[in-house]
Ligand binder design. Structure first.
Ligand SMILES: Cc1cc2nc3c(=O)[nH]c(=O)nc-3n(C[C@H](O)[C@H](O)[C@H](O)COP(=O)(O)OP(=O)(O)OC[C@H]3O[C@@H](n4cnc5c(N)ncnc54)[C@H](O)[C@@H]3O)c2cc1C
Length: 476
């Protein structure tokens, strides 16, 4: 019998698993994907919004502010990337300046640093903003993270502290009994006292397995271009248009690795299909022209999209089920879900788990050992590692300078990579300008050797993407 089953290993489920692993609880996490952070957490703008935007009185407002304040310490403890880049919300006319004034008032009331800057000051900092901009609101504390690195690190620490992670396990049914549930997956079933439904776009389907859902999710797709590191000086801050009914709008965002993200649009869609569309990409280009000029489109190396699970109440839906108080819905976690995630976890544990289960802290807690990143080391340190193990000197990904041994380490980590994409998410092999053109086959061979499977069975991503046949490869 488990104390808690968490459904979903996105940033929400990973924070919950990590934070709950500090207590004497039996916990299992299920995810239908074969890696953590493989759904919405993988495809977003990666911004830790300061918390100036969500409407007063919403959970989003409370949890975004708190989450943004929690991130620096958490990222420091996990030894993952956190970069304060600052942001400008830009205005074109008097109506938009009024919106900036409202945002400034909200920021002041929330203790968030914000100040007006003239177009001249703005241009001095960001020469590529559009000429028509007449004023901006600077939010200096805005930061960016690497969402899947953060989620993986959280889950690694959770696993090191006893959490059972079951990837490739789709929850397909739930039966309720007096004081426990049976959770059915396509890989077997498990008994648990409490369920946390953190299934992102799947939350409503999970609820519908056992009750009439009290929330409704609409899928909203957001599409992006990624610029290569050669365009890293295009912008150094997040550039937001003023927010509208459609959300935060199409942005220009510097990433923790020196790439630039351009997007996202916001299109209601029927499924979780994350292919990009010509219409979507055209919309991104068109809206981008509103905030920036001189876009180096020649440096596009990739496009991608993510799906927002948007709730019908315009807010996160974080409540026990109305039928079963031991089924906890952490649903409708659209933006700013990433920025809010540590605070969502804290809120769920304090308000919803504590009344149900005794939370006895563990006597000891195992900290994760951060992986060796050769790129971050001094020449002396690099030489020391290479002398100990020459595979640290054998470069596989030439764009990002990733060595053979860093890939092996990623495969054998506590929440190890089992696919080419999982390697890419952990060490960035294939994230560079050639997008894996040079290193992908070498990465596949390393995976085959380390996982002791035939090369043809190596997966790019989900089952069906085996390298073995051309037809299957096309499904990537
Ligand atoms: C375009 C876009 C831009 C965004 N930008 C930002 C931003 O800049 N800042 C910010 O704060 N937020 C942003 N967000 C929101 C943020 O990405 C999400 O709020 C966050 O990633 C949600 O995480 P999650 O763990 O709740 O969901 P997910 O990451 O989707 O995780 C849910 C998991 O549940 C699993 N699952 C689903 N059904 C089942 C089942 N039946 N059985 C087992 N597993 C199941 C899925 O496989 C998935 O891994 C953005 C979102 C999008 C789409």
């Amino acid at each position: 019998m488990q104390d808690i089953v968490i459904i979903g290993a996105g940033i929400t489920g990973c924070f919950l698993a990590h934070d709950l692993s500090k207590y004497q609880l039996k916990i299992t996490v299920f995810d239908k994907e074969n890696d953590v952070a493989n759904a919405t957490t993988m495809a977003n703008s990666a911004i830790i919004h300061a918390g100036h935007d969500p409407k007063e009185g919403t959970l989003k407002a409370v949890l975004n502010q708190r989450g943004a304040r929690m991130y620096p310490q958490i990222c420091h403890d996990l030894q993952v990337e956190y970069q304060i880049c600052g942001a400008y919300v830009v205005a074109h006319d008097e109506d938009e300046i009024q919106i900036l004034k409202d945002l400034k008032k909200r920021a002041d009331e929330r203790g968030i640093d914000a100040r007006f800057v003239s177009s001249k000051e703005l241009l001095a900092q960001e020469p590529n903003v559009a000429d028509e901009i007449i004023q901006a609101l600077e939010i200096p504390q805005t930061a960016v993270v690497n969402p899947w690195q953060c989620a993986t690190a959280l889950m690694e620490e959770a696993v090191l502290n006893g959490v059972h992670l079951k990837l490739g396990s789709e929850v397909i049914g739930i039966d309720a009994f007096d004081d426990y549930f049976i959770v059915h997956t396509d890989q077997g079933e498990i008994m648990t006292k409490v369920i946390i439904n953190a299934a992102g776009c799947g939350c409503e389907k999970i609820a519908a397995m056992i009750e009439d859902p009290s929330f409704h999710i609409t899928y909203k797709k957001g599409e992006y271009f990624v610029l290569s590191k050669l365009a890293k000086d295009f912008v150094h801050h997040v550039i937001y248009p003023v927010p509208s009914k459609l959300g935060k709008g199409v942005l220009a965002v510097p990433t923790t690795h020196g790439n630039i993200l351009l997007g996202p649009n916001n299109t209601v869609c029927e499924s979780e299909d994350v292919s990009t569309t010509q219409n979507g990409m055209d919309t991104v280009r068109e809206r981008l022209a509103y905030i920036v000029k001189n876009v180096p489109y020649g440096e596009i190396i990739r496009s991608y999209s993510g799906i927002r699970p948007s709730g019908n109440q315009g807010d996160f839906y974080i409540q026990p089920s109305q039928t079963y108080d031991r089924l906890l819905h952490v649903a409708c976690i659209d933006s700013p879900g990433l920025a809010s995630a540590p605070a969502i976890s804290e809120y769920v544990i304090q308000k919803m788990v504590q009344p149900l289960l005794p939370l006895q802290p563990k006597m000891s807690y195992v900290r994760r050992k951060a992986p060796i990143v050769m790129e971050h080391l001094s020449v002396e340190e690099k030489n020391r590692f290479i002398r100990q193990n020459p595979a640290y000197g054998q470069i596989i990904c030439k764009c990002e300078n990733i060595s053979y041994q860093e890939i092996v380490d990623a495969i054998h980590g506590p929440c190890g990579a089992k696919t080419i994409k999982a390697v890419k998410k952990r060490v960035r092999a294939g994230m560079g300008k050639c997008q894996g053109g040079i290193c992908e086959s070498a990465v596949a061979k390393i995976l085959a050797k380390e996982l002791q499977i035939p090369l043809a069975d190596v997966l790019y991503d989900a089952p069906g993407s085996e390298l073995g046949t051309e037809a299957k490869r096309c499904k990537r």
